[in-house]
Design a protein around this ligand. Structure first.
Ligand SMILES: [Zn+2]
Ligand SMILES: [Zn+2]
Length: 352
C-alpha cells in the first residue's frame, strides 16, 4: 500500500520538477505525515545549485503538517490529526551522545543520513521527502505544535531550534549584551531567541533595510560596520563595554574578524554559520589566554531544542513572521528555489 503524493523533485542542477510519486505506507516505528509547508534552507539550496550534485532528490527538513496515520505496532504520544513540526534527523537513543542528551551528534544518525544519499526506491529518488505532500517519518523526528499556528510558521520550528541549541550552549543570561552579526533569516532566528532569554540584543548588519527589519523584529539596537569603528559603536551604547556574547550568522571572514573585535573579556563567540570558503581565523593565543574568551560553534539541534522552539512559536513568545520572505505553492517549486537562492531572500516557504 502506498499513497500518491505530489513532490518537488530536484532532477538536475537548477531544475525542479513537480512529480506525483509513491509514498509507502508507514512501517513499524513510523507515522505518515500529510505535510503542509516546507521552508527552503541552505541544504535544499545546495542540491539545487549543484554544490551537492546528487539527483534526483526530494529534500526539505523544515517542515510542518498533520499526522495522517500511525504505523503498525508504533508507540508514540502523537495521535492522528495532531499538527506537527518536523526536523531533519532523528536519533538512535543508544549511542554515547544520545545517552547524554546531545542527540544532534548521534553517531548512528550520521550513518543514516549518508545512506539517504542513495535510493532504494524503484524511481531512484533519494532524500528525506520534506518537499512532498506525504512522508513516512520516524516520530522521534516530530514534535506536536498547536493547531493555532499557521503551517508556514510552524515549519520554522527547525531553524528556530538551531538558534535555541546555540543559545542554550551559550548559556545566555538576563541582561547580557548579545551581538548578532548578520540579520538574514538565521540572524533573525538568533535575535528572536536571544531576546526571549532577556538579553540586550544588538545587531551588526551592512544593509540598512535589514537593520530596520531587525529593529522591527525586536532588536534593541543596530550597528553599521560601514559607519566607523565597530567596537566603539558598541561601547557607545553599552556602558563602554564590549559584548558578553557575539553570534556570527554569516560565514565570511570580515564577520569573524568583527566578532573578535566585539567580544568582551570572558565573552563568547559563537560561529553559527558555516563558511564557504572556510578562511582560517587567526587568533592570538595570548589574547585567548589573557581575556578568557571562548570560541565555539553550533549546528543543528537536539530534540529538546526542537520541542522548545515549537513552544516558543506556538505560545507567541516569539513571532517568526520576519523570517519569511514569501509563501509559494508546491506547483511553482522551480520558482520557489530560484527565489530562495537570491542572497537577499529570507526564508521561502513552499505550501503543499
Ligand atoms: Zn534548516
Ligand atoms: Zn545516537
Amino acid at each position: 500500500m502506498s499513497v500518491k503524493s505530489k513532490a518537488a523533485v530536484i532532477v538536475d542542477k537548477g531544475k525542479v520538477e513537480v512529480r506525483t510519486i509513491d509514498i509507502p505506507a508507514p512501517k513499524r516505528g513510523e507515522v505518515l505525515v500529510r505535510q503542509k509547508a516546507a521552508a527552503l534552507c541552505t541544504l535544499e539550496q545546495r542540491f539545487f545549485t549543484g554544490v551537492f550534485p546528487t539527483y534526483p532528490g526530494v529534500w526539505g527538513h523544515e517542515v510542518s503538517g498533520i499526522v495522517e496515520a500511525i504505523g503498525p505496532d508504533t508507540y508514540t504520544p502523537l495521535k492522528v490529526g495532531d499538527h506537527v513540526a518536523r526536523g531533519c534527523g532523528s536519533a538512535c537513543d543508544q549511542c554515547y551522545f544520545c545517552a547524554i542528551g546531545q542527540d544532534a551528534k548521534c553517531e548512528v544518525e550520521r550513518m543514516r543520513l549518508k545512506a539517504q544519499q542513495k535510493s532504494d526506491r524503484e524511481d531512484g529518488i533519494m532524500g528525506i521527502f520534506g518537499l512532498s505532500q506525504y512522508a513516512a517519518v520516524d516520530p522521534r523526528n516530530l514534535v506536536p505544535i498547536s493547531r493555532d499556528v499557521p503551517f508556514e510558521l510552524a515549519a520554522l520550528s527547525e531553524p528556530v531550534a538551531c538558534a535555541v541549541a546555540s543559545a542554550s550552549k551559550l548559556d545566555i543570561e538576563l541582561g547580557q549584551t548579545v551581538v548578532v552579526i548578520g540579520a538574514g533569516a538565521m540572524g533573525m532566528a538568533n535575535i528572536l531567541v536571544a531576546k526571549s532569554l532577556g538579553a540586550f540584543v544588538v545587531v551588526s548588519e551592512l544593509d540598512a533595510a535589514r537593520r530596520q527589519k531587525a529593529l522591527d523584529a525586536g532588536a534593541h539596537a543596530v550597528l553599521d560596520p560601514n559607519s566607523g569603528d565597530i567596537a566603539q559603536q558598541l561601547q557607545a551604547i553599552n556602558d563602554g563595554r564590549l559584548a558578553d556574547v557575539v553570534i556570527v550568522t554569516i560565514g565570511v571572514e570580515p564577520a569573524n574578524e568583527q566578532a573578535v573585535r566585539l567580544v568582551a573579556p570572558n565573552g563568547k563567540i559563537m560561529l553559527f554559520a558555516s563558511a564557504h570558503p572556510a578562511v582560517p581565523m587567526s587568533v592570538d593565543p595570548n589574547w585567548v589566554h589573557r581575556s578568557g574568551i571562548v570560541i565555539t560553534g553550533s549546528t543543528s539541534k537536539n530534540r529538546k531544542d526542537l520541542y522548545q522552539a515549537s513552544l516558543l512559536i506556538a505560545r507567541g513568545i516569539i513571532n517568526v513572521q520576519p523570517m519569511v520572505e514569501k509563501v509559494i505553492p508546491l506547483d511553482q517549486a522551480q520558482l520557489a528555489f530560484e527565489e530562495a537562492i537570491k542572497p537577499e531572500s529570507y526564508r521561502i516557504v513552499v505550501s503543499m
